[in-house]
Design a protein around this ligand. Structure first.
Ligand SMILES: NC(=O)c1ccc[n+]([C@@H]2O[C@H](COP(=O)([O-])OP(=O)(O)OC[C@H]3O[C@@H](n4cnc5c(N)ncnc54)[C@H](OP(=O)(O)O)[C@@H]3O)[C@@H](O)[C@H]2O)c1
Length: 317
């Protein structure tokens, strides 16, 4: 397949380009250059600039687009709603409308579209975002559903090692624990994080298995930020001595966060037969991958994926 990955130099996009490159013809677009250890066809362009999508995308003629580009900082979105809607909804709309009807549009969506009042949100639950980020990403979902007959909207939450250009939350946490800096971690903010390499492997099951519609794909375990930090410290042999436990309600954040962003991925499990890694297992891989080049991270997992697929795809019952 000819696969176009937007946001190809970001956390998820980078891992996707590396994982898919050996199996498909992959082209990436990002406003930042490619950072992987193996060459990849990543073109530097701003998808929001006039004419860029119309000039580039039809000429590439992709069979699948995996749209990872977006304004991902929840607080930046709250400070500049116009920019958030332009990036997360406007670019998505223009991209979705530029594709051939046969092209599959895979939209990377967020757990932040729910109000966060109850654990393990399912696909049936009505969205009610509390933040500009959540609202702009939800509008992105609608743009995809309206414009593309063949679409897959995958709501998630993942963590991993980035290029280093923009520190991810998990990288920040690792550095804080390693350096012994003081930090306050929330005991009352829950989510279902998944290691990005585990996510990439399972996203391939969805795409290559021909699944469509809205699917939640996140970690199996619902944990608080404090529990996540405790499991990370355990996996990495780091100390929690300088960590304070606090409440998200006392934090000076630009956007008031939903308190429970956990997703139920049962529908994904039923569709694919694939398992969901627990938080402790994901963090062990995250720690083990710390000094691995990008290609080694995804290649190790690709082997595992192949073995797992055989076991997991066996007829059940
Ligand atoms: N991280 C999570 O847990 C999570 C959870 C749910 C959903 N998602 C979604 O997953 C997707 C990927 O997230 P991520 O964490 O991998 O984000 P990321 O690391 O910020 O990657 C996104 C990449 O896209 C680039 N980009 C943004 N707008 C662009 C544009 N107009 N033209 C070209 N490139 C553009 C970004 O550049 P800049 O850095 O300059 O913006 C960045 O390099 C996002 O759509 C996000 O909403 C993420």
């Amino acid at each position: 397949m000819k696969v176009l990955v937007t946001g190809a130099s970001g956390l998820l996009g980078g891992h996707l380009v590396a994982a898919l490159s050996g199996r498909h013809q992959v082209v990436g677009i990002d406003r930042h250059p490619w950072w992987g250890d193996r060459p990849a066809d990543v073109r530097v362009a701003d998808l929001g600039a006039p004419g860029v999508i119309a000039d580039m995308v039809p000429a590439l003629g992709p069979d699948v687009v995996i749209h990872c580009a977006g304004l991902v900082s929840v607080d930046a979105c709250e400070r500049d709603p116009a920019l958030a809607y332009a990036c997360n909804a406007g670019v998505t709309r223009t991209l979705a409308r530029a594709l051939r009807p046969e092209c599959l549009f895979v939209y990377i969506a967020t757990d932040g579209i729910f109000n966060g009042d109850a654990p393990f949100a399912t696909e049936e639950q009505l969205p009610c975002p509390r933040t500009v980020y959540g609202r702009s990403k939800l509008q992105g979902e609608w743009e995809v559903a309206l414009a593309c007959r063949r679409h897959l909207i995958v709501r998630t939450n993942f963590y991993g090692w980035s290029s280093g250009r923009k520190q991810t939350a998990a990288e920040w946490l690792y550095r804080v624990l390693e350096s012994g800096e003081a930090a306050t971690l929330f005991t009352d903010f829950f989510y279902t994080p998944m290691y990005v390499v585990d996510f990439v492997e399972r996203l391939q099951f969805l795409i290559e298995g021909g699944h469509r519609g809205i699917v939640h794909l996140a970690g199996r375990d619902r944990v608080s930020k404090a529990q996540f930090a405790t499991l990370l410290a355990e996996a990495a042999g780091l100390s929690l001595e300088h960590v304070r436990w606090g409440s998200v309600e006392d934090a000076p954040l630009a956007a008031a966060r939903p308190k429970d962003m956990s997703l139920s991925s049962e529908h994904f499990r039923r569709l694919t037969g694939a398992n969901l890694p627990g938080c402790r297992a994901g963090l062990r891989r995250f720690v083990a991958d710390r000094h691995c080049p990008l290609s080694a991270r995804v290649e190790g997992r690709r082997e595992l994926g192949r073995a797992r697929r055989q076991v997991l795809r066996a007829p059940r019952g």
